[in-house]
Design a protein around this ligand. Structure first.
Ligand code: CA
Ligand code: CA
Length: 440
């Protein structure tokens, strides 16, 4: 293992490569809205690259501080904005809440519920003791589905192609989903994104041995889109933690879904320098095992992100060639499930990642086999408890305690990398300092 300490020069080099041109660097603090993805910076640099709304004319540069303002900047109608391909730069200033009505009042879940829905009635109607472990159907399930439709119209913010959304210092968006669906060439940067809560979770009685509550809303969803760059954001559940939710029908009432889910034939996505904190289902790449339109898609680069207290899907991958390098995982045995989900026809290439493992968490927990066959892993370093950091093969550890074994060659080698790949031992210092909103 090559070891060296983090140097100021190494950090400065990383910062320089995050800028698109020496001209902008010379300006000092560059205008994030006009920046584009640097050449070769991951899969999103493929093909035409990722420029977002950087070419916007002056009439399509907006600063917004409300849900209504955000919807207006995206084209004026949340129901049709996903087709608005005009280049646009949207600066978020202050705090935006997805539950804000157009008059600025904050809606409650009860305001979005269909008149025929109540949770109490739902729980009574579909209690496993009387209804059994079969999918809900009938009037109350239909009323729940209508309620979801109403919430989606309110809290799912639909983004069109050729869009850049960047946070001004301290900007937050909460209680909403940034939906990048059919919206190629999109950039989202420097935002704190929290608590995309579902007011009407679905009861899925055949999910797992005892059923599960499942939520509909991610913090960012990327679907049917190419050339998407998600950079320097902070993702969390805010002050609405899963651990504070009630138990219903014997299972935790899950009001959150993904932090950054990339599904439905999306491809060419770069997720860099983000901070994911204390979230459960963090990053799903591919949502179906069906061997169909996802084959050859779902190509994602995940580099220099911090996964802090994250529980699972860091990421979970189906079909895609996914480059996972220089990420920093801080995980506790009390909450951690797994990091790398090796799913159907997945091809994860994991290089120089660092795991800080607490509470006797062992490296054989890093990988979970969801029906895959192989993962390429190079240069992982772990530090467990207060012991010294050591070069580790999470794959060898996994194979020693699980059968069948996973192979060690995912079948491809990444070439799209803009900056130097750091030794894993440098990752905690650099990623810990520079990942997340407000740290560009
Ligand atoms: Ca999702
Ligand atoms: Ca084995």
């Amino acid at each position: 293992m090559t070891r060296r300490t983090t140097t100021a020069a190494a950090v400065a080099g990383l910062l320089l490569v995050s800028l698109p041109s020496t001209a902008q660097a010379a300006e000092g603090r560059a205008d994030l809205g006009r920046q584009t993805l640097p050449a070769n910076d991951g899969w999103a640099a493929s093909g035409p690259g990722t420029t977002g709304g950087s070419a916007a004319d002056d009439a399509h540069v907006f600063t917004v501080d409300s849900r209504a303002g955000l919807v207006a900047a995206l084209g004026g109608n949340n129901a049709t904005n996903k087709t608005n391909a005009i280049p646009k730069i949207i600066y978020v200033d202050g705090d935006i809440d997805g539950f804000e009505a157009d008059d600025g009042t904050l809606l409650e879940c009860a305001d979005l519920a269909d008149p025929a829905y109540s949770l109490d009635a739902f729980l009574t109607a579909y209690a496993p003791a009387t209804w059994g472990y079969v999918n809900p159907s009938g009037a109350l399930e239909s009323a729940r589905a209508r309620s979801v439709t109403r919430q989606t119209a309110q809290t799912q913010i639909n983004i069109g192609p050729n869009t850049t959304i960047v946070g001004r210092p301290g900007a937050t968006v909460s209680g909403l989903t940034l939906m990048v669906d059919g919206a190629s060439n999109t950039i989202i940067r420097n935002l704190t994104i929290t608590d995309a809560r579902d007011c009407f979770p679905a009861w899925s009685p055949t999910d797992g041995a005892l059923g599960n509550w499942n939520s509909n809303y991610d913090l960012i969803s990327v679907r049917r889109s190419e050339n998407v760059w998600v950079d320097h954001n902070t993702f969390s559940d805010g002050d609405n933690l899963d651990t504070d939710q009630p138990i219903h029908s014997g299972r935790p009432y899950q009001v959150h879904d993904g932090a950054l889910d990339i599904t439905h034939t999306s491809s060419l996505v770069t997720a860099s320098w983000n901070r994911f904190t204390e979230h459960d289902k963090t990053m799903l790449i591919g949502s179906s095992n069906t061997v169909g339109p996802d084959v050859g898609r779902l190509k994602v680069t995940i580099h220099n992100n911090l996964f802090d207290g994250s529980i699972q899907r860091l990421p979970r991958v189906r079909f895609g060639q996914v480059d996972v390098y220089n990420n920093y995982y801080r995980s506790s045995g009390e909450t951690f499930d797994y990091a790398w989900g090796v799913g159907v026809q997945s091809a994860i290439y994991a290089e120089n990642n660092y795991f800080r493992l607490y509470d006797d968490l062992r490296p054989d927990a890093i990988i979970h086999d969801w029906g895959g066959t192989a993962i390429t892993e190079i240069g992982t370093v772990t530090r467990t408890g207060n012991r010294a950091e050591v070069a580790t093969s999470a794959l060898d550890a996994y194979n020693a305690t699980h059968d069948p074994d996973l192979g060690s060659d995912a079948g491809w080698t990444p070439v799209l990398r803009a900056g130097p790949v750091l030794p894993a031992t440098d990752v905690p210092g650099v990623v810990g300092s520079y990942a997340g909103a407000g740290r560009i």
